[in-house]
Write a protein that binds this ligand. Structure first.
Ligand code: ZN
Length: 580
């Protein structure tokens, strides 16, 4: 079993490990390469705009993360072409498994970048030039492999002139037009060849070499060699479905339905998940991952141990169907929690409508596991992940529950990611994300942002004011944007764009989005009027940050539209993250 995926940069540890292995393969298989060119690979990936070519790295790896093959391709955005620098497979077996998978994925990538095709160098399959029969056979196999895709050498030029006169021969320049039936114009070809030679050989060419090769392109359009290995062209098509590794990792809380509060008006109900999932299943944007089990210590990293223990104990002691609503709030003496468990509920709760029941702990713990599973996928190289969970979590503070929330799943995931770099949390729920504000209030490595209804009129009423901006070293690392009762999609987007600029300045390595859909028109707990296209535009704006991003489901209670709006946001997010 192996998987293929794109490695964007060396921030997530899974990508760091892959890059180190690719560098080792480059050193061992491509001995002519200079060490400085191998060493700059992470920098090339991290700062794509610094270089004329943007590097695209694809790897195939086994389930233990061992890199089995890779392809490194350069994208030139002005001339709209790609150049394949390296395609390396285990033992150099091109036609088998990984070579084909890598090359097909490269073609898909070059197509989605709207390029005119992929160029690359291949050693000649001409017996007059290559005397060694083994070498000749290998070269022929390689050209045959590419010919299946319609790619053939460009003929009638001086491209095959050795750079050093002592070299016996030089490679062909091969062109794959990605089945677009492009007639490559001479002027285009000349500009492309100049870019390739300058980029690939630069100063190692003798003076005048590049001009000589460029000038040698006389045919217009450029001539490709006639098919040599496959007389009838039956080219391998380019897949139109989204490759699995580019899909959003989707982790659904499979145990959410055990937490079902049946009291009238309790809008946080199991049907919410089914409604959203029903919509997501209509697309091929997602790769479902089963939730993994994580130790409770992960939760205790953001929640007070005594709260976690209390919550677990009180839930376990309740009879099925029995609920405790907090009714005494001993806020004046926090050092003396009431002895009786039922009475103590108010010691840990901020409101009177979030009950404790037998399954609340189990469902909330599972929601945390889902968020952590999705976060782990991000650490292993997934760019986008979505934890579709309930109960929600963003109102759960270090030592309190409320607002339908018990454990702050998004904050546990952010804490987990923060071991690998700075994390920004962008809360897009209609209600203030008081939970993560409280949890990270004194930290400067986790930026918490929340756009929400002003606490003058919106839950949780006691927090979410603009002047709450962090404390004790975390100053300036909590941003609250309270908005008026009436907000439409246009106004919301202005605010979002402004907030994203501040977020970028923080230079996070990971983004966690507690996503509420209660900003939608008609939501029973909100007053704003966002519609489907607004969610898509907001998703696109967030995706265009191109950060490894984890979305955790929070509120949203209009079952008529939550499915569509969740799907719209995530579609926009994907588009933003993958636009060229
Ligand atoms: Zn909400």
């Amino acid at each position: 079993m192996f998987r293929i995926r794109r490695v964007f940069d060396d921030f997530p540890p899974g990508d760091q490990r892959a890059i180190v292995q690719v560098q080792e393969i480059l050193r061992s298989q491509f001995t002519a390469l200079a060490e400085k060119d191998i060493a700059k690979l992470p920098e090339q990936l991290r700062n794509p705009f610094k270089y004329r070519f943007r590097s695209i790295l694809l790897v195939t790896e086994d389930s233990r993360g061992h890199v089995k093959g890779f392809a490194l391709m350069s994208h030139e955005p002005n001339l709209h072409f790609c150049f394949l620098d390296f395609l390396s497979t285990e033992k150099g077996k091109m036609g088998q498994g990984t070579g084909g998978i890598l090359y097909e994925r490269l073609r898909e990538e070059a197509t989605s970048l709207k390029t005119i095709g992929i160029f690359y160098e291949c050693h000649p399959d001409d017996p007059n030039v290559v005397r060694d029969p083994d070498l000749l056979r290998r070269n022929a196999a390689r050209l045959r492999f590419y010919e299946r895709y319609g790619a053939r050498p460009i003929m009638g030029t001086a491209y095959e002139t050795p750079i050093k006169p002592a070299d016996p021969y030089a490679p062909y320049l091969v062109y794959d037009d990605l089945r677009q039936h492009i007639r490559l114009r001479r002027s285009t070809a000349r500009a492309i060849v100049q870019a390739i030679l300058e980029g690939k050989y630069g100063k190692s060419c003798p003076p005048g070499y590049i001009e000589m090769v460029v000038e040698s392109f006389k045919d217009d359009p450029v001539r490709l060699r006639k098919p040599r290995y496959f007389k009838k062209r039956a080219e391998i098509p380019i897949s139109t479905s989204i490759p699995v590794d580019k899909r959003i990792a989707l982790v659904v809380n499979d145990q959410h339905a055990i937490h079902h509060v049946r009291e009238r008006g309790y809008v946080e109900s199991p049907v919410r998940i089914a409604t959203i999932l029903g919509r997501l299943d209509r697309t091929d944007l997602f790769e479902k991952l089963p939730p993994k089990h994580f130790p409770e210590t992960r939760i205790k990293e953001v929640h007070a141990t005594e709260y976690v223990e209390y919550f677990k104990r009180v839930c376990t002691n309740l009879k099925p169907g029995e609920s405790i609503y907090p009714y005494v709030f001993p806020i004046r003496n926090v050092a003396r929690p009431p002895k009786e468990l039922a009475v103590r509920a108010g010691y840990y709760c901020v409101d009177t409508f979030t009950p404790l029941n037998r399954n609340a702990y189990l469902a909330a713990k599972r929601a945390v596991d889902c968020a952590l599973t999705a976060a782990q996928a991000v650490l292993e190289g997934k760019r986008l992940a979505y934890a579709l969970v309930r109960p929600p979590g963003h109102h759960a503070e270090s030592r309190s529950f409320g607002g339908f929330c018990y454990f702050n799943s998004a904050a546990v995931a952010a804490q987990y990611l923060s071991a690998h770099g700075r994390v920004a949390m962008l809360d897009l729920d209609y209600h203030h994300g008081n939970g993560q504000q409280d949890i990270f209030y004194e930290r400067s490595d986790v930026l918490t942002i929340s756009i929400h209804g002003h606490p003058h009129f919106a839950y949780p009423y006691f927090s979410g004011f603009e002047d709450e901006d962090g404390a004790k070293g975390g100053e300036g690392h909590n941003i609250n944007i309270p908005l008026p009762e009436s907000v439409d999609g246009i106004r919301y987007r202005e605010v979002l764009e402004h907030v994203l600029k501040r977020l970028v300045k923080f230079q996070p390595r990971f983004l966690v989005v507690p996503l509420g859909l209660d900003t939608a028109k008609g939501d029973p707990t909100g007053t704003w009027s966002l519609v489907s296209k607004d969610f898509e535009a907001n998703g696109r704006a967030v995706g265009s940050l191109r950060l490894p991003t984890l979305v955790v489901q929070e509120g949203g209670y209009s079952n008529r539209v939550i499915g569509t709006n969740a799907s719209s946001f995530l579609t926009g997010l994907w588009q933003g993250a993958h636009s060229s």
